[in-house]
Design a protein around this ligand. Structure first.
Ligand SMILES: [Mn+2]
Length: 328
């Protein structure tokens, strides 16, 4: 049976980054590559159904990558079973709450690299492919490899919010992320793969039309952020035994942009929580070194990173953040 590669990944920018890098890498090696990028809550079901569709036998000459997601214990056991059946399974992630997965020889969860820099799934995957090639980039074709590196690096810059501190390349990372959401998965993957393989006319990653689109998006984000600034409510709250000064906002769009802007402007706040009632989601953002939002979100059954985390709106979260007297 011919060699094949399967990947299940998240559907945010870091999640889509791995199949973009993998798509080019394996296409140049003539290895068929299949991927699915989907919301976190659909991951366990998809992995189970993929294994049923392909069958253990069908995976024998294949690789299976799971990137930028969490799986439950049942799925982890299933993947472990595949591994012991001789299947080439790899789980790559950078979320603190998935560190327990490192007990499996096929899993590698790295929250930060040796230099103390936060990791992202796309960059971990890029590095993994590089290692297979003795550390000499992932491809024989140098120009494409340079572009792939820059792309994977930009994804990490965006995902770890380092882009905001990077004056030289920061906006490229942010613009790539925005373009992904403006174009949608299919169009973005097609256009970025073309640019990575053949180069773009004027700029490596953006056509003239895309730059215009991104300019108008920036104006829209700025206007929405202004509106949200006026709606900010501040409140002292006791969460998991600690008293925090919290900024509360309702927002359905541009969550990270608003969260970081408000957290940065309001030095008296420990963190900002953005409430999206439509999606029943809470997003936490902070600029404070000593605040661990993975723990704060964990109090409400969620999780994430120390400086950016999320949770679903449960009844207790609703009572604490939505029904507080301060809002009325
Ligand atoms: Mn990620």
């Amino acid at each position: 049976m011919e060699e094949r590669v399967y990947m299940v990944s998240h559907d945010d920018f870091d999640g889509i980054g791995s199949p973009i890098v993998g798509g080019i890498h394996f296409a140049l090696k003539d290895v068929p590559f299949h991927y699915t990028c989907l919301p976190l809550k659909k991951v366990d079901k998809e992995i189970k159904s993929l294994i049923e569709r392909v069958s253990v036998e069908g995976f024998k000459n294949a690789r299976l990558y799971i990137c930028d997601v969490s799986v439950n214990h049942e799925t982890a056991d299933l993947l472990d079973y595949l591994y012991h059946e001789g299947v080439n399974v790899r789980f790559l992630d950078h979320h603190e709450k998935n560190l327990w997965m490192n007990r499996y020889p096929w899993a590698s969860v790295v929250t930060e690299n040796e230099g103390g820099k936060q990791e992202s799934a796309t960059y971990l995957f890029y590095q993994e492919l590089t290692k297979e090639n003795g550390g000499n980039g992932i491809l024989a074709e140098d120009i494409i490899d340079d572009r792939l590196h820059d792309f994977a690096f930009a994804v990490r810059e965006y995902d770890t919010w380092s882009w905001a501190r990077d004056e030289q390349y920061g906006w490229m990372a942010k613009d790539l992320n925005d373009l992904y959401y403006l174009q949608g998965q299919k169009e973005f993957v097609q256009s970025i793969e073309h640019k990575l393989r053949y180069g773009a006319d004027e700029h490596m990653f953006f056509t003239k039309e895309e730059s215009l689109l991104l300019e108008s998006e920036k104006k829209r984000i700025a206007a929405y952020t202004d509106e949200k600034r006026k709606q900010l409510v501040k409140q002292e709250m006791l969460i998991g035994g600690t008293v925090y000064r919290v900024g509360i906002l309702f927002a359905e769009q541009y969550i990270s942009e608003i969260g970081h802007a408000i957290a940065k402007e309001n030095k008296d706040l420990h963190f900002v929580v953005l409430i999206n009632m439509g999606e029943k989601k809470l997003s936490f953002r902070t600029e404070k070194e000593l605040v661990n939002l993975n723990e704060v979100a964990g109090t409400y059954g969620g999780g994430g990173h120390p400086k950016a985390a999320g949770a679903s709106i449960t009844m207790s979260a609703f009572k604490d953040f939505v029904m507080g007297e301060h809002l009325f």
